[in-house]
Design a protein around this ligand. Structure first.
Ligand code: HEM
Length: 529
């Protein structure tokens, strides 16, 4: 009992100190804060968000308060950027001050030891890891490391859909995951029993992390003093996750290292990275405890940073690509005219005697426009990953506090009728007319998605092959013969938190011709060998 009293007393002291500090931070400024909704003294605006669809609330606040909105969530300053202009001014032009990430006590520190790229601060580790990731994802590396894998996996995907159309969503998710596990570790992802062992752990880690964030287990991020409370429940679970993550990501790299040292040909980015280093006589291929040895921050990532950097590919690239593909299927079923236009373009350029390839890209502008419009219409991350301000700033006469969470509200930006007339309409033609019309779904500044090219290319080949081989339309109710309704409403037809994933829906997917089905089967068989 006395220890409980001590804990409660300590907790009270921490809460009071926290409130005082956050109030001091608000007062210690000369400029006004950006406009925003009324706040309660401690909870800020959090109560106005509870139980509501965050994007809907942000959208309304954008209308009411303008392009830059200020909130306080449990004492933490939050800036929401609602216009492309504000995002460009701050996150691109002043990126050095906005490349930070908010303190993520659960997902980054407790669950991943501050090693996982999308969550880490703009620190020396971030700069080392970013160098590695950008090198492995530069255009020539994508052509070499990803295009052959994307080709095989997309062909397999469409062939699987032909033979099991009701399972189309699982086929997509396997394909998108497999592109990453194969390109990085040379380990294709297989359904059922074949996805045992280490790759199963990669999938599990991904799912558990998303679940921890989306289900509100990250309460400690909003009430940071809780991390000092002994026995707080999130810690044990997070520690178990961290151990599994460390073991899994290291084991994958170790296996690549062992294969390469045994003289097997280096397949996959992990093995090739180690091979490149050894050819350069580089001594970095050794297991260390992480960090920049000379402490200057611009060194090369060590072994531990390397395997965590490569782990970010699956984590950041599998669900994002998969969800964009689901939104495409929904859009095609809703718009038979768009399905037909896509099919007509592919038929004209590719014909029936071969399957689409990356070489067709310059000749398929409508398919390319379709990939952009899907990501504009229903952006996978409607608010992307939050950034954080490093120093305090003055934007158009408003005070932006240091350490504020900065949320790019991509949803509202991509629904701006001045830039995208009739924004709610799914209309790929807007990108045919204006190919450089912006797509903000990949984020901003130095934190913008380094896998953008991979994502765009996967979606391009997938969409072209779907249009070539399949017909997607509304499903009919077998009892009544009526169309089964489809709900593409952002608020009621999509998941309310996290990534913008369509809620389960039914469509009809049929092969376009026997001839194309047979050709695709032959292609898949030949690629299997
Ligand atoms: C349709 C597919 C994809 C979409 C829509 C997408 C979107 C995003 C967004 C919005 C961010 C955060 C940007 C920001 O903070 O401003 C991000 C970060 C990231 N993405 Fe992607 N992404 C996709 C595919 C991929 C792929 C295929 C990979 C890897 C091959 C990848 C790797 C990453 C990484 C490592 C980060 C963290 C960057 C950082 O924190 O600095 N992404 N992505």
């Amino acid at each position: 009992m006395p220890s409980l009293q001590v804990s409660l007393a300590a907790l009270t002291v921490l809460i009071v100190a926290y409130i005082l500090l956050s109030h001091f931070q608000q007062r210690n400024r000369e400029l006004p804060l950006p406009p925003g909704p009324p706040q309660l003294p401690f909870f800020g605006n959090a109560t106005q968000l509870l139980g509501k669809n965050m994007i809907t609330v942000f959208d309304q606040w954008a209308e009411e308060y303008g392009p830059v909105v200020y909130l306080r969530m449990f004492g933490q300053p939050v800036i929401v950027l609602n216009s492309a202009e504000a995002a460009d001014d701050l996150l691109e032009k002043r990126h050095k001050n906005y490349d930070g990430r908010p303190n993520s006590i659960l997902a980054s520190t407790a669950m991943q030891g501050d090693m996982m790229m999308p969550f880490i601060h703009a620190n020396d580790r971030f700069r080392r890891v970013r160098k590695l990731v950008n090198t492995e994802l530069r255009p020539t590396a994508v052509t070499e490391n990803f295009n052959p894998v994307q080709t095989v996996e997309v062909h397999k995907l469409v062939n699987h859909i032909i033979h099991g159309p009701s399972n189309w969503k699982n086929h997509i998710s396997t394909c998108m995951g497999s592109i990453l596990t194969t390109a990085v570790y040379d380990k294709p992802l297989r359904g059922g029993k074949e996805t045992e062992g280490i790759i199963k752990d990669v999938i599990r880690l991904n799912d558990e992390l998303i679940n921890a964030i989306d289900s509100g287990q990250n309460y400690v991020d909003f009430l940071p003093f809780l991390q000092y409370v002994p026995g707080i429940p999130y810690k044990a679970k997070a520690a178990a996750y961290y151990q599994l993550a460390e073991r899994t990501y290291k084991a994958l790299m170790d296996e690549a290292k062992a294969n390469f040292e045994a003289g097997k040909s280096a397949k996959g980015i992990a093995a090739r990275l180690l091979e490149k280093e050894s050819k350069g006589g580089d001594s970095r291929v050794k297991i260390t405890t992480g960090g920049d040895e000379d402490g200057d921050g611009d060194g090369e990532p060590d072994y531990r940073e390397q395997y965590w950097a490569l782990a970010a590919f699956y984590l950041a690239g599998s669900d994002t690509q998969s969800i964009a593909s689901q939104s495409l299927i929904l859009a095609l079923a809703l718009h038979p005219d768009i399905m037909k236009k896509a099919q007509d373009e592919v038929d004209k350029v590719v014909g029936s005697d071969r399957v689409p390839s990356f070489a067709d890209e310059p000749n398929l502008p409508y398919i390319k426009a379709l990939t952009k419009e899907v990501l504009r219409w229903r952006p996978t991350g409607p608010v992307t990953i939050p950034h954080a301000s490093i120093e305090s700033d003055n934007y158009k006469g408003y005070f932006i506090p240091a350490g504020a969470m900065v949320i790019p509200n991509v949803w509202t930006m991509q629904q701006d009728p001045k830039i995208y007339p009739e924004p709610e309409k799914f209309d790929p033609e807007r990108y045919v007319r204006t190919p450089n019309l912006p797509v903000h779904a990949f984020g901003f500044g130095r934190r913008g998605c380094p896998g953008r090219r991979v994502g765009e290319q996967t979606l391009f080949l997938e969409f072209a092959t779907i249009a070539w081989a399949l017909h997607v339309s509304r499903a009919k109710d077998p009892q009544t013969g009526e169309d089964i309704p489809l709900n593409s409403d952002r608020e009621t037809g999509f998941s309310p938190v996290g990534l913008l994933e369509p809620l389960p829906f039914k469509v009809s997917i049929t092969p376009r011709s026997e001839e194309r089905t047979k050709l695709l089967e032959r292609v898949v068989e030949s690629e299997e060998i």
